[in-house]
Design a protein around this ligand. Structure first.
Ligand code: HEC
Length: 315
């Protein structure tokens, strides 16, 4: 009797040890691996446009898109206004949490980390004044992050003003919507290792995810993978119709409509009459109208603008 009890105690200790070890491996090994792989330019672009955290966080607890960076396309130098080759810059306004690769340069891998610190001056980034970043390539074709505020004197305000609203993308706030609205119940951001690749494009590579949080791979899929959706469909108009009511462009779609992301008013500040729209749409479905009612153009500060900017960044 006594003997049996001791065996039981020993067994449970071994069991706890094995469980604890396997949990440690699961939780900590991935971070060792990520540190030993250099971030690709894809990973750098992604973490710079998506920001420090695009899921739940204290900086944006309700997933409303607070404290998110902006990605802009610059066609002129923000300091002297001279035309330059189109360049993407990532704008972290005052108070926006800095991207992961800058907060934790180990995430970039040893080579990218060294270049980003030595040539890119990322350790001089400042959350209190705001910082502008670039993805750069050195003469040996190695990528790194550059703090353009330190190296070129670019300020967040100057860069936003030079780029203009039409060249400014709210993709990070849009990624929060992807999380909040549960798009991931149906869509993945990870083509599977099957014939998928022929349809949905190349799978990601090792190093493409360094510093991204959350990765939003998705798990269960009822709809197309959208990791590269903007490469096969770059029409903002189509996206607008599809989000307002997917049945306008795909008659049998099971995707829910996201018309409420338009908010109360359209681009001209006119109140959107959703009830009237539905009534006219139902007439169209019953054959009493030849065309469906027109989808209102969204306002510049609407949530749908952020979501479409996010989708258009999935190339
Ligand atoms: C209930 C499942 C479901 C949810 C939730 C859902 N979708 Fe979809 N989505 C689909 C299906 C099915 C299709 C394919 C048919 C179609 O185009 O509507 C689709 C198509 C798309 C496409 C076009 C894909 C392509 O290959 O051209 C995009 C982009 C898209 N969805 C984005 C989103 C976003 C962003 C959200 C969250 C705001 C979302 N979807 C939520 C089911 C869903």
């Amino acid at each position: 009797m006594n003997m049996n009890f001791r065996e039981y105690k020993l067994g449970s200790r071994f069991f706890a040890l094995a469980l604890g070890l396997s949990m440690c491996i699961t939780l900590f090994m991935p971070s060792f691996d990520i540190g030993s792989v250099n971030a690709t330019n894809i990973a750098m672009d992604k973490q710079l446009w998506a920001g420090h955290e695009s899921g739940f966080s204290l900086d944006d607890p309700l997933l409303l898109g607070w404290h998110k960076p902006l990605k802009v396309l610059l066609k002129a130098d923000p300091v002297n206004g001279q035309p330059m080759d189109p360049t993407y810059a990532y704008v972290y306004e005052k108070g926006t949490p800095l991207p992961n690769g800058v907060l934790h340069p180990d995430n970039l891998g040893s080579v990218a980390k060294k270049l980003s610190i030595d040539k890119g001056h990322i350790l001089e980034s400042n959350k209190n004044t705001g910082t502008v970043f670039l993805v750069r390539m050195d003469d040996q074709k190695r990528y790194y992050i550059e703090n353009a505020s330190a190296t070129l004197g670019w300020t967040p305000e100057g860069v936003l003003k030079t780029a203009g609203d039409e060249n400014t993308q709210h993709a990070a706030a849009g990624k929060s919507l992807f999380v909040r609205e549960g798009c991931w119940w149906c869509h993945t951001l990870l083509p599977e290792q099957t014939q998928d690749w022929q349809v949905f494009g190349a799978p990601p590579m090792l190093g493409d995810f360094n510093g991204e949080s959350p990765t939003a791979f998705g798990s269960d899929r009822k709809a197309p993978d959208i990791l590269h959706v903007a490469s096969r469909n770059s029409s903002k108009e189509w996206m607008m119709l599809h989000f307002f009511n997917p049945r306008l462009v795909q008659p049998h779609s099971i995707m829910p409509r996201f018309d409420y992301l338009w908010g109360p008013v359209d681009a001209n500040g006119q109140k959107i009459d959703f009830a009237k729209w539905r009534a006219e749409y139902n007439e169209y479905r019953e054959g009493k109208r030849i065309t469906p009612p027109e989808v209102p153009t969204y306002a510049r500060n609407s949530e749908i603008r952020n979501l479409i900017d996010f989708v258009m960044n999935l190339k």
